[in-house]
Ligand binder design. Structure first.
Ligand code: NAD
Length: 298
């Protein structure tokens, strides 16, 4: 699938000012990480409440850095001042790179991307943190698809080192280079991948979840499977990982993967998604986000 990010290292334009659209779980995490590592970021949402939650999360994480002695109180204040919460597009004219992280709905994303593209400089890079929507599809309505690519972070952003930089058919080397450079500025490890269902990580992960789901359907004890996979060397087993991902997110990604790769996701495609994951979702066992998944969370 893939090329290493290194080859783009010398082609990058400076990424001095950035913006994130959406201040939710991912947008708030992206704003924190950018600010912590020293790149100013506008954090735009349509709800004041979301901006406040995003800032609260950043304050909490910076407070932890202070407690651990990694940052001084002056550095915490400086990092916080790097985040500029806003409900308007007023200051977007000189932004070098935008990460769109609004809800996972293609129509909403298409509208938001078209809206913001009109405000940006011709050389600015536009990216999307989508997990499941094709980058070429999102690029189709843009005036400058060459400036657009995926920038896929993982949750929680401050802990997960990997960022997938997804190259669409029309994405230029310059856009990839800027996105790789920004990921590095944020202290992350970028990997450049082509556009396909699941990109790289979910393309590997979901057939694995499918195998796990099948085992459970056939009567395996999920806790034992988790323990075995931990002994095998994974930091956590599939049941626990699914609880972290969330069954709603997993059901959606599973359907996208079953459509994209019907041969490899055979059971999911055949059963119309009626897997252990789907059954958990139907029983409102979403995972950590609502306190009950494969495991219970107090
Ligand atoms: P979320 O629901 O927590 O946040 C979405 C935010 O977008 C909300 O605050 C909402 O008010 C805001 N928003 C909606 N329309 C907007 C607009 N027009 N302009 C500005 N803000 C707008 O969602 P999330 O979990 O942060 O996911 C965001 C994106 O990141 C999705 O595309 C998702 O697939 C992707 N993603 C999520 C995860 C995850 O584990 N949560 C991981 C990787 C990628």
């Amino acid at each position: 699938v893939k090329k290493k990010g290194k080859q783009y290292a010398n082609q990058a334009a400076a990424v001095n000012k950035t913006a994130v659209l959406g201040a939710g779980i991912m947008g708030g995490g992206i704003a924190y990480q950018s600010a912590y590592k020293g790149t100013p970021i506008l954090m735009k949402d349509i709800k004041e409440e979301a901006l406040q939650l995003g800032l609260q999360e950043a304050r909490k994480l910076l407070g932890k850095q202070l407690e651990r002695g990694r940052l001084s109180s002056d550095q915490v204040a400086e990092a916080l001042s790097n985040i500029r919460p806003t409900l308007s597009y007023g200051d977007f004219g000189d932004v070098d790179l935008v990460v769109e992280a609004v809800v996972e709905n293609p129509k909403v994303k298409e509208a938001v991307l078209a809206e913001v593209e009109g405000l940006l400089d011709d050389n600015a890079t536009l990216t999307s943190n989508t997990s499941t929507i094709s980058i070429d599809r999102l690029a189709a309505n843009l005036k400058r698809p060459e400036n657009f690519c995926g920038m896929h972070f993982f949750n929680p952003v401050h802990r997960m080192p990997l960022v997938e930089v997804i190259r669409g058919e029309k994405t230029s080397d310059a856009a990839v280079a800027a996105t790789v450079a920004y990921a590095r500025q944020m202290g992350k490890t970028p990997v450049v991948v082509n556009d396909c269902p699941g990109f790289l990580v979910n393309r590997v992960l979901f057939p694995y979840f499918g195998g796990f789901s099948q085992l459970v359907e056939q009567g395996a004890d999920f806790e034992r499977v988790d323990k075995v996979m931990e002994k095998f060397g994974w930091p956590m087993g599939p049941a626990y990982l699914l609880d972290v991902v969330g069954m709603d997110t997993a059901v959606h990604a599973q359907a996208v993967m079953a459509e994209g790769f019907p041969d490899r996701m055979a059971q999911e495609a055949k059963n119309g998604g009626k897997t252990a994951i789907q059954r958990m979702y139907d029983e409102d066992r979403l995972g950590q986000k609502n306190g009950k998944g494969f495991y219970r969370y107090e």
